[in-house]
Write a protein that binds this ligand. Sequence first.
Ligand code: PLP
Length: 362
Amino acid sequence: MIPLDALPTPALLVDLDRLERNIADMAGAFAAAGVALRPHVKTTKCWEVARRQLDAGAIGFTCSTAAEVAWLQSRGVGDLLWAHIPIGPRKVAFVVDALLRHGGGLTVSLDSVEAARPLSAAAAAAGVTVPFVLEVNTGHARLGVEPSTAVAIAAGIAALPGLRLRGVLTHEGHISASADRAALESAGAAAGALLVSVAGDLRTAGHEVEIVSVGSTPGATSTPFVPGVTEGRPGTYVYYDANQTRVGSCTLDQCAQTVLARVASVQRAGRPIIDAGIKAMSSDAIAAAGSVGLVLDRPDVVFAEANEEHGFLLDGGAMPLAVGDLVRLVPNHACGTTNMWSHLYAVRGDHAVERWEISARY
Ligand SMILES: Cc1ncc(COP(=O)(O)O)c(C=O)c1O
């Protein structure tokens, strides 16, 4: 047990009480609705967290990179959904090899015949079948076929050898831009309903559709619970973050991930400089959020700007911060912050109780 005061700064902390509550609450909501929970692992990249999510009933994980897939397979996790297009010879070879070595347990995502062709050729040559879901654009306009083209594109991909359609997938990330929480929830439900209707079109066209997969933390209270959706893939919920407080997915006291930093200088009145900057927090969403993150227990202090290893605070002056003071910062985006670190401290109260490795970073 190390008191926070004795930790190096900056340090990445995860509050265990909050983490355990976030895991239990999401698992409980999904179990009550009979919807499978497949968390996105990119938020944590940490086996100690992933293990707790599996223990609470997660069916497996969503991954965004080959490194995440390889890492979880090495840990024996047998149900992974790689929610990205396996494009280029290295990723194609990786998918085929992963399926051969582990005897299955991996489903990939596709949204075009062009991207599917090399995968099909490699799979057919190796004598394996690659299970895939068709990604559908329900409004985020990133990956995904348009709903009206889904049947034709699914038919084109499914006709290729070595590939097997398992279902449909969407990421309803666009709903965060809604005007308020009620609008966000109805946009989430609309995205779920659109995906379910595409699944229906595919079934009518003769395909078996066993997976109807939605996924985001803002949508986790609406999209997965549309009848016909089979699984949800929230990731950020496990830590939450400042952005999620802004869209009403959580309150500040649910945020489990913080960066511990110290005031290094107060040479300019009202502008304390801390020893955590962009390399501790990531620069995700600073412009949109108007700050680098939130300062825990000090709503009067604004984390206004950051250089690489320096943070600029604006101190309201009610209780001026002094050189050497500790602050705890809630990042704008938990997933981006995770990717900056190689380990974190698991914290109970004001003591670090364990040091956990962060895996599968670039
Ligand atoms: C494909 C996909 N699924 C699920 C998620 C999880 O969403 P969130 O980070 O809002 O929990 C993401 C996040 O970017 C994603 O890209």
